[in-house]
Design a protein around this ligand. Structure first.
Ligand code: AHR
Length: 503
């Protein structure tokens, strides 16, 4: 007999309005993300600008709200000027972060045109590794100043009469990490980030800026790095970044699926650090969080070691995701929504081919990976307000974590569409669980759908030959009776319970 888990759902458990930028992703000049991913002029589906229309369709379906670009580690050695102007005169460069050749056939203006076609906006990252304040002010003048100066007129000459008006910018990438080009101490980075931020806001006071936090919570300088960086930049920046990737190298799935607890702890520590600096500075301003790189990343590590250096768009970081990876991605999405009061931007890293929900073949097909689906569901149905769900679930311990709840869940309520949605993962690998959800506060809602992502084989994947091996199914065994919602969550499953207000 399955155990019963109790949920209580109430309007007063509101966390916050969810920022539209929570459903972001990331395009880096890395591997086949840009070339053969979003841009492949010789592909049969390419449009007049060389963008793959088959890939654009999937990205629009996924509802990606903001895309970080052009890196990543790549940005710390990138001259943005190499990617503008006539394509035939753009330089080929040694790209040191990933040891490839960058042809620069795709650059800033191509990215901005592509964003329009993908129904998304940009989260532009500047280079604070090999470049500095001068490049920061130049790229902003080129992008956002209307006209009448050398750089704004150059943009016009390049075919963009209207400014790109990019609203959110990242001040470098992972500057705490020794693998970063131009790696800095927290004091060094804090100073340059502050000065770059200052001139950027002088050019365009409307922009919002993200300072680099740590590359992950396991960096030895975390969270001292955040505190020092914010000491320098507090009044000039709006967000601090977080990055995290998890893997299941030792094949301990029970422990692997508990990593969202570490993500939650990471978020809470960064919030505390921001608020500590706020208190120290007697500031009225609040710094929020930009979780601008998060995902599963480990499958491709060995294959990447065999890639020859200095090739053009080699197949780097091409993780083929499994059913269990989709569960962890779902758990990470639930964690982000639970922290929607402070996490305002989040980017699934990355978007195409490189640790991505979407894969392509050169000159061929594209398909949805397993992790595509939890992201799709949250982006489609997780709009409006995030609501905390009180969950009374059995717990267990794993190698690294105690008090791991079998069920993690969060709800969202969208007044525009009259919809109420529960996202839940049963991370228990053996047991199905019965849910009894007290939804008396939502008597006027009726059931629409229970979507489930589940596969008996936790290592099952999708590929070009079997793109629909792991896909969501609709389940019918669900009912509401006198203010209680009854359903069953199968073991190791991602669930979306959709309700709508009766008119
Ligand atoms: O997303 C892949 C890489 O992970 C990014 O380039 C870097 O910022 C991070 O270490």
């Amino acid at each position: 007999m399955p155990k019963t888990v109790k949920f209580t759902l109430h309007r007063e458990l509101e966390i916050c309005e969810i920022d539209n930028r929570m459903f972001g992703s990331f395009v880096e000049h890395l591997g086949r993300c840009v070339y053969e991913g979003i841009y492949e002029p010789n592909h049969p589906s390419a449009d007049d600008e060389g963008f793959r229309k088959d890939v654009l369709e999937l990205i629009k379906e996924l509802g990606v709200s903001i895309v970080r670009y052009p890196g990543g580690n790549f940005v710390s050695g990138y001259n943005w000027e190499d990617g503008i102007g006539a394509k035939e005169s753009r330089p080929r460069r040694l790209e040191l972060a990933w040891r490839t050749i960058e042809t620069n056939q795709f650059g800033l203006n191509e990215f901005m045109s592509w964003c329009k076609k993908a129904d998304t906006t940009s989260l532009m990252t500047i280079n604070l590794g090999s470049q500095g304040i001068d490049a920061a002010r130049n790229i902003l003048e080129y992008c956002n100043h209307p006209e009448g100066t050398y750089l704004s007129d150059l943009r016009k000459k390049h075919g963009f009469s209207k400014p790109h008006n990019i609203k959110t910018w990242c001040l470098g990438n992972e500057m705490d990490s020794p693998w970063q080009i131009g790696h800095k101490t927290a004091h060094e980075y804090g100073r340059i980030a502050c000065e770059a931020a200052k001139v950027m806001k002088w050019i365009d006071p409307e922009i919002e800026l993200v300072a680099c936090g740590s590359s992950s919570a396991i960096m030895p300088t975390f969270p001292e790095w955040e505190a020092t960086v914010l000491e320098h930049t507090y009044e000039y920046v709006d967000y601090i970044s977080l990055h995290t990737y998890y893997g299941n190298k030792d094949n301990d799935t029970k422990n692997y699926l508990a990593h969202s607890l570490s993500m939650d702890q990471y978020i809470k520590t960064v919030i505390s650090t921001c608020d500590f600096v706020k208190a120290k500075k007697r500031s009225k301003k609040r710094i929020d969080l930009s979780f601008d790189e998060w995902n599963v990343w480990f499958h491709s590590n060995e294959a990447d070691k065999k890639i020859e250096p200095w090739s053009i768009s080699p197949p780097q970081l091409e993780d083929a995701y499994t059913m269990e990876d989709a569960l962890l991605v779902g758990l990470m999405l639930i964690t982000l929504l639970k922290n929607a009061d402070r996490v305002k931007i989040a980017c699934l890293a990355q978007l195409v081919n490189v640790i991505a929900p979407i894969m392509t073949e050169k000159n061929g097909r594209c398909w949805r990976q397993t992790i595509y689906y939890p992201f799709l569901h949250v982006s489609q149905f997780g709009r409006g307000k995030a609501l905390k769900l009180n969950v009374k679930s059995p717990c267990y311990s794993t190698k690294e974590y105690d008090d791991v709840q079998s069920v993690e869940a969060v709800a969202t309520m969208d007044e525009q569409t009259d919809s109420l949605t529960i996202f839940a993962v049963n991370r228990n690998l053996e047991e199905n669980l019965k849910i009894e959800a007290d939804i008396r506060d939502f008597q006027e809602y009726e059931l629409l759908q229970h979507l489930i992502l589940k596969h008996e084989d936790l290592k099952a994947k999708n590929g070009a030959e079997n793109p629909n091996n792991v896909i969501p199914q609709e389940k019918n065994k669900i009912k509401i009776d006198k203010g209680t919602l009854y359903l069953e969550l199968p073991n190791a499953s991602w669930n979306v319970i959709r309700m709508k207000k009766v008119r």
